[in-house]
Design a protein around this ligand. Structure first.
Ligand SMILES: *[C@@H]1O[C@H](CO)[C@@H](O)[C@H](O)[C@H]1NC(C)=O
Ligand SMILES: *[C@@H]1O[C@H](CO)[C@@H](O)[C@H](O)[C@H]1NC(C)=O
Ligand SMILES: *[C@@H]1O[C@H](CO)[C@@H](O)[C@H](O)[C@H]1NC(C)=O
Ligand SMILES: *[C@@H]1O[C@H](CO)[C@@H](O)[C@H](O)[C@H]1NC(C)=O
Ligand SMILES: *[C@@H]1O[C@H](CO)[C@@H](O)[C@H](O)[C@H]1NC(C)=O
Length: 359
């Protein structure tokens, strides 16, 4: 019963340093930047990096709690720098990649003999499958905190190949998902170890295009338009919790979750604490409960009893303030007129049907 919060998130998430180095670079950027836009059809956040030789731009759905980069290798994957990870290699252990496989319809990217495999996960549809672990060149822009700088490359960026069907349910035009989770092969770890900066990143998400967000990997200060500087002084901090049980669609026993959990203790509406079963707010021994931050759920998802309590409290508070309830606007159920209370929008919704299902 995980709940997730992702709206207009503009937060820096802090990590500890990782020592392993993947690549030596002569130019050492302090930080890297990638763009983020919101796809209006699916409300997924989409970023772009460059990969392969010759280099091509690829669009990826941003998955904050995702374990690693996975890419469709069955369609249009042409690269002279593609290297499958050999069974038993250090790359396989770094990726916790078990097993050793052969493939009979190759050789081609995603289908080679004597390689280890991982489990790429489409966290939107909660579908996972097997995929060959491999490396290839990944390029992104560096930044000095304010302006994009020169392009930098990680020559052997670890990722997983996936079959084309795993893209079902993702924004159109994407080739896979970019995992930013707490593993040693997610984007923050690989970039930090390649360029020897702190395993730290900031993510600024915006509403649908044309507005643009960014993800910055590496040390701040982080500067955003218009003239906003995010520093340790201007940020609010909250501890991150580790869920000891994996939340992936498929996993082996004993694996912790790669997702980011925070410690929500109560929910207040109009300064009144909503009555709810507080046990659900902490992660239990089976890994259920707690609050995670997610970029793949289009709306906040609440466990059913919490959802009902929040909806009831909101309806009561709105009535007390003479806010008129109006017809539902799918997927939302409880919607209110904002005529008297806000200047710009004509309707506001607080709750939706999708969120009512228990997760
Ligand atoms: C893998 O090895 C088998 C023989 O053991 C061979 O038939 C097959 O073509 C090889 N596949 C690739 C992708 O090299
Ligand atoms: C770096 O930024 C430039 C200018 O915005 C852009 O044209 C280029 O594609 C970017 N490179 C990468 C690797 O994203
Ligand atoms: C970043 O680079 C831009 C353009 O190259 C420069 O104007 C600016 O002063 C630099 N900012 C920092 C914080 O170094
Ligand atoms: C609160 O939730 C926990 C976990 O689901 C459950 O075991 C417990 O019975 C609930 N308590 C109440 C008072 O409903
Ligand atoms: C709500 O409307 C009633 C009746 O018109 C009025 O007496 C009351 O003061 C209003 N309350 C607020 C909070 O505006």
């Amino acid at each position: 019963m995980a709940s997730s919060i992702h709206q207009f998130l503009c937060s820096a998430i802090l990590f500890s340093l990782l020592s392993q180095s993947f690549a030596q670079q002569s130019f050492r950027p302090k930080a890297l930047v990638v763009p983020v836009t919101q796809d209006s059809a699916t409300l997924q956040y989409v970023t772009q990096i460059k990969q392969r030789t010759p280099q091509v731009p690829i669009n990826l759905v941003v998955d904050l709690g995702g374990q690693f980069l996975w890419v469709d290798c069955d369609q249009n994957y042409v690269s002279s720098s593609y290297r499958p990870a050999r069974c038993g290699s250090a790359l396989c252990s770094l990726a916790r990649a078990g097993g050793c496989g052969d493939c009979f319809s190759g050789p081609r990217p995603g289908c080679n003999n004597n390689t280890c495999g991982v489990t790429p996960d489409n966290t939107v549809t909660r579908t996972a499958t097997g995929g060959e672990l491999a490396t290839d060149v990944v390029s992104v822009n560096s930044t000095n905190g304010s302006n994009p700088g020169r392009e930098v490359s990680v020559p052997r960026f670890l990722f997983s190949c996936a079959p084309t069907f795993l893209l079902q349910g993702l924004a159109s035009g994407v080739a896979g998902m970019a995992g930013l989770g707490r593993t040693r092969i997610a984007f923050p770890s690989q970039f930090a170890s390649s360029f020897s900066f702190n395993r730290k990143f900031a993510i600024c998400l915006t509403s649908p295009a044309p507005s643009k967000g960014v993800i910055i990997f590496g040390d701040g200060p982080y500067n955003f338009l218009p003239n906003i500087q995010l520093t340790s002084q201007s940020l609010t901090f909250t501890p991150l919790f580790i869920n000891p049980v994996s939340t992936a669609s498929a996993f082996s026993q004993g694996e912790p979750s790669a997702e980011y959990f925070i410690g929500v203790k109560s929910i207040r509406i109009s300064d009144k604490t909503v009555p709810l079963n507080a046990t659900l707010l902490s992660i239990d021994s089976q890994g259920k409960g707690g609050t995670k931050i997610s970029t793949v759920n289009p709306y906040t998802v609440l466990e059913s009893s919490i959802f009902n309590a929040v909806t009831t409290a909101f309806i009561n508070e709105a009535a007390a303030m003479n806010i008129t309830r109006v017809a539902s606007v799918a997927p939302f159920d409880a919607c209110f007129s904002t005529d008297k209370h806000f200047q710009h929008t004509s309707r506001g919704c607080c709750a939706n049907y999708l969120s009512g299902s228990a997760e």
